[in-house]
Design a protein around this ligand. Structure first.
Ligand code: VGL
Ligand code: ZN
Length: 194
């Protein structure tokens, strides 16, 4: 079990229907188990007075992120659609950061990127953690090989003592082994594996 206290945040990454529900457009295998396990951590975190912060992938209808517009992915997490909603079993009790609402995307919960210019910017997440005096974060959610890895790497870069809740995440695995490689990258960057 992670050690939660008032200076710790649990970051719950993208537990939205399109990733976590079996009929989501980018459904990740085991997504609903991740929701259930996340709920246990969320309850423990709240009991200990820790912050629980959530991210949502939040895309416009057209974006170079989507295959139909020249990118990689099937249409998913379009702003205000069912697919972008949190899975309805998820306990939501804390600040929510929507990534990409302005058409910029990127995988990390901390940063966004203009798909045309490549210019990067910050989301509200770092400010939320700063305001609460957070020094340690645990990361869980979907998907290990995209948004979870990038969020965890940014958290360590920003100086947070960062751990991945390894049984509370699952990967897309576009290529076989992507999840293992993502875990290697986190380990190499000093992210704790729990
Ligand atoms: C994600 C693929 C595309 C994620 C977001 O949340 O990991 N993956 N957009
Ligand atoms: Zn996306």
């Amino acid at each position: 079990m992670p050690d939660f206290d008032r200076e710790t945040a649990l970051l719950v990454v993208d537990l939205q229907n399109d990733f976590a529900h079996p009929s989501g457009s980018l459904s990740v295998k085991g997504g609903e188990d991740v929701v259930r396990k996340a709920n246990e951590h969320i309850q423990a975190a709240l009991r200990a007075g820790a912050l629980v912060a959530y991210t949502q992938d939040w895309h416009p209808e057209s974006t170079p992120h989507f295959e139909k517009d020249g990118g990689t992915w099937p249409v998913h997490c379009v702003a205000d659609s069912w697919g972008a909603d949190f899975h309805d079993e998820l306990l939501v009790d804390g600040p929510v950061v929507k990534k990409g609402a302005d058409g910029r995307d990127g995988y990390s919960g901390f940063s966004v990127r203009d798909p045309q210019s490549g210019e990067t910017g910050e989301t509200q997440l770092a400010a939320i953690l700063r305001e609460r005096g957070i020094n340690k974060v645990y990361v869980c959610g979907l998907a290990t090989d995209y948004c979870v890895v990038e969020t965890a790497l940014d958290a360590t870069r920003l100086g947070y003592e960062t751990s991945l809740l390894q049984d509370t995440t699952a990967g897309v695995n576009l290529q076989e082994g992507d999840t293992e490689r993502a875990i290697e990258r986190m380990r190499d960057a000093g992210v704790g594996l729990r």
